[in-house]
Design a protein around this ligand. Structure first.
Ligand code: PLP
Length: 463
């Protein structure tokens, strides 16, 4: 492996990096444990290890780019969520963040339930042995075929997302001679992201049925009259990467208000309330996520208080974390290729993947961290932008970060916190081969989703 530094790195005193990296960290060799999965550490030679295995060995055996998932960390996070919410509440892992048969098995073993939102996710869940009653089916446009499969399989709940769907699901259930347990997804007029939430007067988006204008109350009215449906509760999901509980507070208050209205009008006390997912994780050192037990306590207190005020029995609470469970448990390992210093700007570091394995930066302007992981370095920090190999100038993996100035082609760098919405949103752009997901635990590494091959590409291309 070549260790020669590229010629004279650029000076970048005039460039103010955007986002989190206003200044280089004191020591680039120190890994901030907040953004790395729990078993990640540096060994005596300075190379990063996960689950007791050095990254160079992982790269050699599995190639790059690849996602390495820390199984012990994943299981520990599942247990922490299950323990925090206890026997009187339910935790549904949002499968869209990342789903595979191994993940389903681990969820099952650790006592979590599972959200799916497509026929494909449902098939994966059932195939890996998740009991149907522990599955919730979501989506704003479920096909009749998907509804039939979900009802036939006996999923524990279908979350109804529109007036048309109320009728559709009721018809399918009746035709199959079943009574399907359902929740109604409402939009509460709150949109939450990271540190603030926005109260929105009208709901200009595709999900759910608005509380505003009495629409959600009308949806409840209709659902209660249909024989094929057993309406058990109300569902609300307000956003993503949320740190501040204030949005959940407003959401819970408005959902409980609806429960009180339903009781007053129909004499029915709905027994469930689902507050959705969206809990934030640390992508950079600047993020401070809450622990599951703090979240459980905060949500439990809010719902209990609001129900007492409305003289309602406290319903059974459920939550649907996706990112908060799987996000921190994986990193993407890349090999450094072309390094292009742009005088007075920054250095572009190209890796062997890009927007095909992580679309989040291009799609949401997401922030990530990055570290040199095949060795340590005492070189000066260099302002970099980590970019992929795709034919698109927006193909950015990490917008602004610092790496050592002696970075060289062949070095391995890793981007932490890529467990959620990276492999699950991966594409074949430029006929890229989607990377494998490798589970690492106690000195053993096992492929749970294999790398795509050019044969896979040609097999789909039927000529
Ligand atoms: C996406 C989604 C989630 C999970 O969101 P995270 O940000 O991954 O926690 C949960 N519930 C619903 C309805 C969703 O659409």
């Amino acid at each position: 492996m070549s260790r020669s530094a590229h010629p004279a790195g650029p000076r970048h005193a005039d460039v103010v990096p955007e986002g989190h990296y206003a200044a280089p960290p004191a020591d680039l060799n120190i890994l901030d444990e907040k953004v790395w999965s729990r078993t990640v550490t540096r060994d005596a030679d300075g190379a990063l290890t996960v689950g007791g295995i050095e990254v160079a060995r992982l790269a050699e055996e599995f190639g790059t780019p690849a996602y390495f998932l820390d199984e012990a960390d994943f299981r520990a996070r599942c247990r922490a969520w299950a323990d925090a919410f206890g026997a009187d509440a339910d935790v549904y892992y949002a499968g869209k963040a990342f789903l595979s048969r191994a993940i389903v098995r681990w969820l099952r073993e650790e006592g979590l339930n599972l959200d799916v939102c497509s026929g494909g996710e449902l098939t994966t869940a059932l195939d890996a042995g998740m009991p149907a009653e522990r599955i919730a089916f979501h989506g704003n446009n479920k096909t009749v075929d998907e509804i039939e499969r979900a009802v036939s399989a006996g999923v524990g709940r279908i979350v109804l997302d529109s007036f048309q769907e109320i009728v559709r699901v009721a018809h399918v259930a009746q035709r199959l001679g079943k009574r399907q347990r359902v929740q109604i997804r409402v939009t509460v007029g709150v949109e939450a992201h990271t540190h603030e939430f926005i109260a929105t007067a009208h709901e200009d988006q595709k999900f759910g049925i608005a509380l505003a204008g009495g629409l959600a109350a009308e949806a409840v009215r209709r659902a209660l009259t249909l024989d094929g449906l057993e309406l058990t509760g109300i569902h609300s999901h307000i956003g993503s990467q949320i740190f501040d509980m204030a949005g959940f507070e407003v959401s819970a208050r408005r959902v409980v208000q609806l429960l009180a209205e339903v009781r007053d009008e129909h004499g029915v006390e709905l027994s469930e309330i689902d507050l959705g997912g969206g809990l934030g994780i640390a992508y950079t050192s600047g993020d401070d996520p809450r622990e599951p037990h703090e979240i459980a306590k905060a949500l439990g207190d809010i719902v209990t208080r609001e129900c007492e005020a409305a003289s309602l029995a406290t319903p059974r609470i459920s939550v649907e974390p996706g990112r908060a469970i799987v996000g921190p448990t994986a990193f993407t390992l890349y090999e450094v290729g072309t390094i292009k210093p742009l005088e007075g700007l920054r250095t572009y570091v190209s890796v062997d993947g890009g927007m095909s394995d992580n679309i989040r930066t291009a799609l949401y302007d997401a922030e990530y961290s990055v570290a040199l992981v095949s060795r340590t370095s005492d070189a000066e920090p260099m302002l970099v932008r980590v970019v992929g190999k795709h034919c698109e100038s927006g193909d950015i993996v990490v917008k602004d970060a610092f790496l050592p100035a002696d970075l060289a082609p062949g070095d391995l760098i890793a981007v932490p916190a890529t467990g959620a919405y990276c492999r699950s949103m991966a594409s074949n752009y430029n006929h890229a081969l989607r990377p494998p997901v490798v589970a690492v635990r106690d000195g053993e590494a096992r492929v749970i989703v294999r790398r795509e091959t050019e044969e896979d590409l040609l097999r789909l291309d039927v000529g």
